[in-house]
Design a binder for this molecule. Structure first.
Ligand SMILES: Nc1ncnc2c1ncn2[C@@H]1O[C@H](COP(=O)(O)OP(=O)(O)OP(=O)(O)O)[C@@H](O)[C@H]1O
Ligand SMILES: [Mg+2]
Length: 227
């Protein structure tokens, strides 16, 4: 699925406390492309990703997916569209503390009225290296393991688009590389489009394209020679 971002502005607060977090951001991501968003802390990456995922309303501008005007949908239409097509992985992943790993994933499947048998779930958990944690509760897992559960929960829905905010930020470099390889494998197999904010040069080195942001605007676009 393609993503079109048109002239996005976002202002937080008002009067003296006004923050212009985004000042006219436009770009397009083609189906199956892996694009990373980079730039200094505070340049607007998370704000932009929240807007693209529909969790935050832009002050101005428009987001479309395959030509569907996403910004124009009401909340419940947005929810339905997201359920159907978009997986969101944010840095502060919220697992349900009273549910174990299996139940956390099953909950999301139920919520989205999707079915996966336990073997399929186990395959995914195995790929992420946490199949032995299936009956553990979040409090019994390390930060990196919790993050992998959050990634499993996103991938299990077979999304067409993954929007991720520093999804490997809490992982050691080896696990981070494994998770990235998994995402890339999913991307190649299912032609998923990925937009990911990261501070890591290494993560960005996997991308088809790097969008550099500075103070709420795009300052540069770097095409990789991976392809
Ligand atoms: N809810 C909010 N209210 C007011 N200002 C905000 C809010 N959220 C973010 N900001 C401000 O908007 C700007 C962009 O923040 P954002 O979180 O998008 O940056 P970021 O690029 O994701 O940074 P980081 O790399 O540290 O995650 C910052 O100046 C920040 O202080
Ligand atoms: Mg951020």
């Amino acid at each position: 699925m393609s993503i079109k971002v048109e002239n996005i502005y976002k202002t937080y607060g008002e009067k003296e406390a006004i923050v212009q977090a985004l000042k006219g951001v436009s770009f397009q991501i083609e189906e199956g492309e892996f694009v990373t968003l980079m730039g200094r802390s505070g340049c607007g990456k998370s704000t932009l990703l929240h807007i693209i995922a529909g969790y935050l309303q832009p002050t101005h501008g428009k987001i479309s997916f395959d030509g569907t005007n996403f910004t124009g949908l009401n909340e419940s239409e947005k929810n339905n569209f997201r359920k159907e097509h978009i997986a969101v992985i944010f840095q502060f992943f919220s697992l349900f503390p009273d549910l174990n790993v299996y139940e956390n994933i099953q909950f999301v499947l139920d919520l989205n009225k999707k079915n996966k048998n336990k073997d399929e779930l186990l395959d995914l958990l195995k790929l992420l290296g946490i199949d032995d944690k299936i009956n553990k509760y979040p409090s019994e897992l390390s930060g990196g393991q919790q993050q992998r559960v959050a990634i499993a929960r996103a991938l299990v829905l077979d999304p067409k688009i993954i929007i991720a905010d520093e999804p490997t930020g809490n992982l050691d470099s080896e696990t981070s590389e494994e998770v990235l390889n998994l995402l890339l494998e999913m991307k190649d197999r299912f032609n998923i489009s990925i937009l990911m904010a990261t501070h890591s040069q290494e993560v960005a080195s996997y991308a088809d394209r790097i969008i550099l942001m500075n103070d709420g605007q795009i300052s540069d676009i770097i095409y990789s020679d991976n392809k």
